[in-house]
Ligand binder design. Structure first.
Ligand code: GLA
Length: 387
């Protein structure tokens, strides 16, 4: 289905449900090609937006009520007065992402007068696959809402509000990579983001005969969120023991000299972060030089470090990377996103993609009795109106 046909079918659904015309907005999901668990350590990341995402059809209301319908869940949630929103609990928790970002926007922009909206959501991003379905949702909703109310909230500020939703309403102390790339991505470019200054560089990411293949392992470990927060705490402790505010200021030599004074897991988490920051900068140079072999080698190294030092991989992801390593035509592969399941990303020669997909599918299902889902994507544009 093309974006245009999805748009017109969503407008029809919106009309049927809310009896008025809605405007359609879209934000993509993302794949992080290198730079994992560095964002909340004020380091470097290199994600790109992918060709799947979240569609928001929306219209203002003449009151303060929020009516939200999710086509994927086939569920509706109504919030009588969004100005005094309190987090939802239980089955409706998913709507916190929608109401949360709107609530923060209203406060941030000091919107007075009516604040209500009718919202119809549809996403073609798989959930729990580590492709940022929640950042895609919060950015799409926030962008759509500020557009219909003419709030002109800058994209970077919107990303910060969307991150605050994760912190306050979902309990994940995530960094800002996902929200920033969903908001700022440019077609045919990866976004090299300095998470210390929040400045970014658009790095050309177009290939003659290579593509990124994303493989959703179909695994999501239930402890992923608490393990994420634990890793973050380990990193913060390492920086503190080294006498610095964040790991961005800690060199590898300094870490080694303070190594004895911190728990082993803090040392290894910090080692990953410091070396991963270096890899992102090298990857950026390799991309600019179109040296895809060097780039691929950095992807494999990144995975090793996430597997052994940061310890956020799992057997399924390790196996997918191992399989990729032994396939002629793969330049590099690694787990992507928070870890403990989710997806891998591999850089693969176009002419070998079909064979690669069959190879992964048959070996992986044989080993784990799970069926992986494979996607290819070019680097796509970030949030936008589909008017
Ligand atoms: C999740 C978080 C990001 C980032 C990655 C790991 O996707 O939302 O902020 O920390 O994990 O790199």
């Amino acid at each position: 289905m093309t974006i245009d046909s999805i748009k017109s079918s969503l407008q029809d659904h919106f009309q049927t449900r809310f009896h008025k015309r809605g405007q359609v907005f879209y934000a993509p999901g993302r794949v992080n090609i290198i730079g994992e668990h560095t964002d909340y350590n004020h380091g470097f990341v290199m994600p790109m937006a992918i060709n799947k995402g979240t569609y928001i059809t929306i219209a203002k209301r003449e009151d303060n009520q929020l009516n939200i319908f999710s086509q994927n869940l086939s569920e509706a949630v109504s919030i009588e007065n969004i100005n005094s929103f309190n987090a939802l609990t239980g089955e409706n928790r998913w709507a916190n992402y929608v109401a949360g970002v709107i609530y923060f926007l209203i406060q941030h922009c000091a919107l007075d007068g009516h604040t209500g909206a009718d919202i119809y959501i549809y996403s073609n991003l798989p959930m729990g696959a580590g492709l940022s379905s929640s950042a895609s949702l919060t950015i799409a909703v926030g962008y759509a809402y500020q557009a219909i109310y003419n709030l002109s909230c800058p994209k970077r500020r919107l990303a910060e509000l969307a991150q605050k939703v994760e912190h306050q309403f979902a309990g994940t102390l995530c960094g800002i990579m996902d929200q920033m790339v969903c908001a700022l991505a440019k077609e045919s470019h990866a976004l090299c983001l300095d998470c210390d200054t929040l400045t970014s560089e658009q790095v050309p990411c177009e290939f003659e005969n290579l593509s990124f293949v994303i493989c959703d392992s179909s695994v999501k470990h239930s402890l992923a969120d608490s393990a994420y927060n634990d890793r973050r705490a380990s990193c913060e402790l390492a920086a503190q023991v080294c006498g610095e505010k964040t790991l961005r200021e800690v060199t590898y030599d300094k870490l080694v000299s303070f190594g004895e004074k911190m728990p082993k897991e803090s040392f290894f988490c910090a080692k990953h972060v410091i070396t991963e920051n270096q890899r992102v900068l090298e990857a950026k140079r390799a991309m600019r030089a179109e040296n895809w072999h060097a780039f691929g080698a950095l992807m494999f190294e990144s995975h090793q470090s996430l597997q052994h030092d940061f310890r956020v991989s799992c057997d399924e992801l390790d196996y997918l990377v191992e399989l990729s390593k032994h396939f002629d035509g793969v330049y590099g592969a690694r787990m992507t996103g928070g870890g403990f399941g989710g997806s891998t990303v591999a850089l693969v020669e176009d002419q070998r993609i079909d064979e690669y997909q069959e190879y992964i599918q048959s070996h992986y299902s044989h080993q784990f009795s799970l069926s992986p889902k494979l996607y290819t994507s070019r680097a796509c544009q970030g949030v936008r109106s589909l008017m």
